[in-house]
Write a protein that binds this ligand. Structure first.
Ligand code: CDP
Length: 215
């Protein structure tokens, strides 16, 4: 058994916020594995490497010049914390995340985040591949409509109209791509607790995760 809480789930489900809060409550390290896929997509793009070129993208993943410094994410010395959050980079992350060599290149890097204190890790395959011996596994989700509303509020747009519909369809497209791929597909594991946050506050979700871990 590893001192890990693995939180997997779909796009914009709030798993990052919940995972970071749980880590802070416990005094554990936190891994945002999606950021590594996003960084790889951005780094490859900046090197003019095609996102379909599996070998070249995997090389990028294996030598990512990244430093996490508080809230800053330094890629080759430049803070890209905002740049990696765009929907275009998210789509790129989803595309390169379907390439087995890329996933293999990032595997050890993710495991290295585990410290003696413990680790809260969020992503798509934390409980299945990266930390299969995690002490507690959670599948955190919410309805697509609510996830799109949360994303819209985050970027300051109305929860209706063309721009909102675009967010909703982007979220659904990424869910579909993540679910259908043959490597590390998005899925709820039989040994994971299901946490639907559609009608729960962040505080309630954090409390529930801590209760399950302490059970
Ligand atoms: O939270 P959000 O879906 O916006 O994005 P993310 O967690 O930053 O992940 C971006 C993309 O990386 C996802 O759509 C997944 O395809 C991929 N990913 C993955 O395959 N495995 C992970 N452990 C984390 C992310």
């Amino acid at each position: 058994m590893q001192k890990v809480i693995a939180i997997d789930g779909p796009s914009a489900s709030g798993k990052g916020t919940v995972a970071a809060r749980v880590a802070a409550e416990l005094g554990w390290a936190y891994l945002d594995s999606g950021a590594l896929y996003r960084l790889t997509a951005l780094f490859a793009q900046r090197q003019h490497i095609d996102w379909n070129d599996e070998t070249a993208v995997a090389q990028c993943a294996g030598c990512l010049p990244v430093v996490f410094d508080g809230g800053r994410v330094l890629l080759d010395g430049e803070d890209v914390a905002q740049a990696i959050r765009t929907e275009a980079v998210g789509m790129g992350a989803s595309a390169i995340a379907a390439l087995p060599k890329v996933r293999a290149a990032l595997l050890q890097r993710q495991r290295d985040f585990l410290t003696e204190q413990g680790l809260v890790a969020d992503g798509r395959d934390m409980g299945s591949v990266v930390f299969p011996q995690a002490a507690c596994k959670i599948f955190l989700t919410a309805s697509a409509q609510i996830r799109a509303e949360r994303r819209a509020k985050q970027i300051g747009i109305a929860c209706e109209g063309v721009a909102f519909e675009r967010i909703l369809s982007d979220i659904m497209a990424r869910d579909e791509a993540d679910r259908r791929r043959s490597v590390a597909p998005l899925q709820q594991l039989p040994d994971a607790h299901l946490l639907d946050t559609s009608h729960r506050t962040i505080d309630e979700a954090v409390r529930q995760v801590l209760d399950w871990y302490r059970e």
